[in-house]
Design a protein around this ligand. Structure first.
Ligand SMILES: *[C@@H]1O[C@H](CO)[C@@H](O)[C@H](O)[C@H]1NC(C)=O
Ligand SMILES: *[C@@H]1O[C@H](CO)[C@@H](O)[C@H](O)[C@H]1NC(C)=O
Ligand SMILES: *[C@@H]1O[C@H](CO)[C@@H](O)[C@H](O)[C@H]1NC(C)=O
Ligand SMILES: [Zn+2]
Length: 469
């Protein structure tokens, strides 16, 4: 054993995870920056150190970890050049601000529910850095609310407190999706069901979540906010009213819970498909408002619109169908990570998972689009979604996006076939990304695109699960 734990940061390659014990149970996650993915692994013994040194080029070994600190990954989101500030000193400024003691008051502005602000500010330790990403260790309470300090277009992700198992998606887990792909053709019944999604209802629902409807009193759905709890209870009730069984599933102290809903199969099977969005949100630095109309009010409302249609049409499924609304996404996919591990531990037979994250924004002059993940996703699932889109939402131009790492990644890393649906065949172009101005009533917010993408998510579920009316 080495006397202290070091971390290995290496460009992601599936080869890291094949054939050597070092990788399996020493995994701290895959993280991105504006263009690539890195794997973070604990190096706990000399043999692993030798293995990495001989098998990986351009990897980086960090200084020893300090016990009791929280690891945080900072990354620049994959954002279109037209949105990016020329000056790229944002990371330096962030690191400087971590040393300042004035951050307490900023945290207090965030309508924080249960975070202890009484800690003494402590400096960070920089463990790894590129121009567009950094790995630091921080005092725990500060780490928990670090997302409220992030500059525009930067994201923070908390690493697990100890290494976890990395479970590649087994070949056999993709068999069902391959079957569906092979048999896929236009089904008029599927079309009649997905076309029954109600656009006026979507327009109405989103306004509750963003607080544009003053009756909701939601100012923010930040994971620590009271608004997130309002949204969680509201979503649970709405989906329960469609005949599903729902529960609030807390996953971490101080965070709003996941909302997990289920339509039991009318056949005797353990096969399950899951669609999801994240209902938590982020606003601009220093502002308490976080309406999250696009990110991810759009995906959340899309999934809700599917639930409402299941009830209106009396859809009954031939396998179990789950709808999940995650929290803690903005702090690093925390809610979905907890749920994916829970399903893995229970031996769940999850045959397909599709996360909808940001489906409504369309840049002026661009066509309606569907963006599928370039890097993080199961290729067969992504292909299925792409083919389903061509059949049921031909108005969408389908392509690939480097924008990365929403809740589907949590499922992928627990060995479940997963993908994401996104608004653009390219990097993020929404000028209100992680901004307090992310409302639904604004230029570029396109309900037709949100609707068309929800149809794709729904049609994929209908084909994969099987159903009757
Ligand atoms: C959806 O279907 C229901 C029942 O068949 C019908 O009453 C309703 O008008 C339809 N709504 C839309 C938006 O197509
Ligand atoms: C999971 O469900 C699929 C689809 O119904 C089925 O073919 C498969 O045998 C199941 N796998 C396991 C491991 O139970
Ligand atoms: C699911 O059902 C299949 C077929 O009945 C069975 O072989 C398998 O063991 C079950 N899997 C689990 C995890 O219960
Ligand atoms: Zn998001």
């Amino acid at each position: 054993m080495l006397s202290s734990t070091l971390l290995l940061v290496a460009p992601f390659t599936p080869a890291i995870f094949s054939g050597h014990e070092c990788s399996r149970s020493n995994f701290f996650g895959n993280y991105g920056d504006a263009g690539s993915t890195f794997s973070v692994l604990a190096v706990s013994d000399e043999a692993c150190l030798d293995f990495w040194a001989s098998s990986l080029t351009s990897s980086h070994i960090t200084p020893p970890l300090q016990p009791g600190t929280q690891l945080v990954w900072f990354e620049k989101a994959s954002v279109d050049v037209m949105l990016q500030p020329q000056d790229d000193s944002a990371l330096d400024e962030l690191l400087l601000s971590l040393e300042a003691s004035t951050t307490d008051s900023t945290f207090r502005q965030q309508d924080v529910l249960a975070v202890d602000n009484s800690y003494a500010p402590s400096p960070y330790t920089l463990l790894y850095r590129t121009p567009t990403a950094a790995l630091v260790s921080l005092e725990g309470n500060k780490a928990k609310v670090i997302d409220t300090l992030m500059p525009p277009f930067w994201k923070s992700r908390l690493l697990p407190t100890s290494p976890v198992d990395y479970i590649p998606v087994p070949e056999t887990a993709v068999n069902h999706v391959r079957d569906v792909l092979n048999k896929l053709k236009f089904n008029p019944l599927v079309a009649s069901v997905v076309n029954n999604i109600s656009l006026p209802q979507i327009k109405n629902d989103i306004r509750f979540l963003t607080g544009e409807d003053p009756k909701s009193k939601i100012v923010s759905r930040h994971s620590f906010s009271t608004g997130a709890l309002t949204a969680a209870n509201w979503l649970k009730e709405r989906v329960e009213n469609t005949g599903a069984t729902c529960r609030l599933a807390p996953f971490l102290m101080g965070f709003a819970p996941n909302v997990i809903c289920r339509y039991a199969s009318i056949k005797d099977t353990n096969s399950t498909v899951l669609i999801s969005g994240h209902y938590d949100s982020r606003g601009s630095f220093g502002s308490t408002r976080a309406p999250g109309g696009d990110d991810d009010g759009s995906g959340t409302t899309g999934v809700l619109s599917i639930a409402r249609t299941i009830a209106r049409k009396g859809v009954k499924f031939h396998c179990n169908v789950e709808l999940a609304f995650f929290a803690g996404e903005e702090q690093g996919l925390l809610g979905s990570a907890a749920y994916a591990r829970e399903l893995r531990a229970a031996g769940a037979n999850l045959t397909l998972m599709i996360q909808a994250d940001m489906t409504a924004y369309r840049a002026p002059g661009e066509p309606l689009q569907l963006g599928l993940p370039e890097r993080i996703g199961t290729p067969e699932v992504t292909e299925l979604v792409s083919k389903v889109a061509a059949i049921y939402s031909p108005e969408l131009k389908v392509g690939y996006s480097p924008a990365c790492c929403s809740d589907h990644q949590s499922f992928l890393e627990q060995g479940f076939p997963s993908t994401q649906v996104f608004e653009r065949a390219g990097p993020i172009a929404d000028p209100m990304y992680h901004n307090s101005g992310d409302l639904s009533d604004r230029e570029g917010y396109d309900f037709e695109q949100l609707f068309a993408i929800a149809k794709v998510q729904f049609a994929t579920v209908l084909h994969t699960a099987g159903f009757e009316l």
